[in-house]
Design a protein around this ligand. Structure first.
Ligand SMILES: [Zn+2]
Length: 225
C-alpha cells in the first residue's frame, strides 16, 4: 500500500499531496488515482534553476523548478529526493503552485520569486496563500560547506534554519524556505511542514545523500481538478 501525505488546510476544490518512495512519480498511478488524463499531469524539466513558469494553455515541458497556474484540470508536479517539495495554493484566486527547492533554489530565493509571481501575475494576497513543505533532508542529516551556508543565509536572512558545530554547518532547507515564505507575508498559520527526514527514512523516501546517487524520486502534486 502506497502512502500519500495530504497537508492539512489544503481543502476544498484543490487536490494536494506528497508521495513516498513506493508511489514515486508514477504518472500511470497518479492518473488512475485522480481519474485524470496523463497528458494533464505537468512536470517541468528541473535543473536547480530559480525559474518559475506560469502555465497557460501550453503543456509542453520547459526548464523550470517552479510552476504556477490558474488552469483547472491540470495537476502540476515536482520531483525530489532530499530537496524540498513545496506546494502553494491561493484559496481566493484558485492559483496553484509547485516548487523544487534544493540548496541552489533556496539560495536563489525560488520561494520568494514564486510568491512574488503569484502577487504580480494573479493579484494574489499573501494572506490567502497556503504553503506546504513536504518531506526533505533535515538538520543534522544535511551538512553543507560554509559557502553554501552563506548563500542560503544571504537569501533567507534571520531565522533558525542552520546549526554550526565543530565539524561544520548543517542546514534545514525546509526551515529556510519557511522563513522565506514568512518574509513575503504568508501567515505562519498558513504554512504546513512535514516533520519527516528523507535521509532518516530511506525505506520510505528516496534520498540522494543516502543512496549516493539518484535512483528515483518522490513528488509533490497540486491541482484543481
Ligand atoms: Zn535525517
Amino acid at each position: 500500500m502506497s502512502r500519500l501525505i495530504f497537508p492539512s488546510r489544503f481543502n476544498g476544490d484543490v487536490k494536494a499531496f506528497f508521495t513516498t518512495r513506493s508511489f514515486g512519480v508514477d504518472v500511470k498511478k497518479i492518473s488512475k488515482l485522480l481519474s485524470i488524463k496523463k497528458e494533464n499531469i505537468y512536470f517541468p524539466i528541473q535543473q536547480h534553476t530559480d525559474k518559475v513558469l506560469v502555465i497557460k494553455s501550453d503543456l509542453e515541458p520547459e526548464i523550470a523548478d517552479g510552476v504556477v497556474t490558474q488552469r483547472k484540470g491540470v495537476l502540476i508536479g515536482i520531483q525530489v529526493a532530499d530537496c524540498v517539495p513545496i506546494l502553494f495554493y491561493d484559496i481566493k484566486r484558485s492559483v496553484t503552485g509547485a516548487v523544487h527547492a534544493g540548496w541552489r533554489g533556496t539560495a536563489s530565493g525560488i520561494v520568494k520569486k514564486t510568491i512574488a509571481l503569484m502577487i504580480e501575475h494573479f493579484s494574489s494576497s499573501p494572506v490567502d496563500i497556503f504553503t506546504a513543505l513536504g518531506p526533505s533532508i533535515r538538520w543534522r542529516c544535511y551538512q553543507v560547506g560554509v559557502e553554501v551556508k552563506d548563500v542560503i543565509c544571504k537569501a533567507t536572512g534571520d531565522g533558525k534554519y542552520f546549526v554550526q558545530s565543530d565539524d561544520g554547518y548543517y542546514v534545514d532547507l525546509s526551515s529556510a524556505n519557511r522563513r522565506q515564505a514568512l518574509s513575503m507575508g504568508i501567515p505562519e498559520e498558513n504554512i504546513w511542514i512535514s516533520q519527516e527526514c528523507t535521509y532518516c527514512n530511506p525505506k520510505e523516501y528516496y534520498s540522494y545523500r543516502y543512496e549516493k546517487s539518484l535512483i528515483g524520486a518522490q513528488g509533490g502534486f497540486i491541482g484543481i481538478l
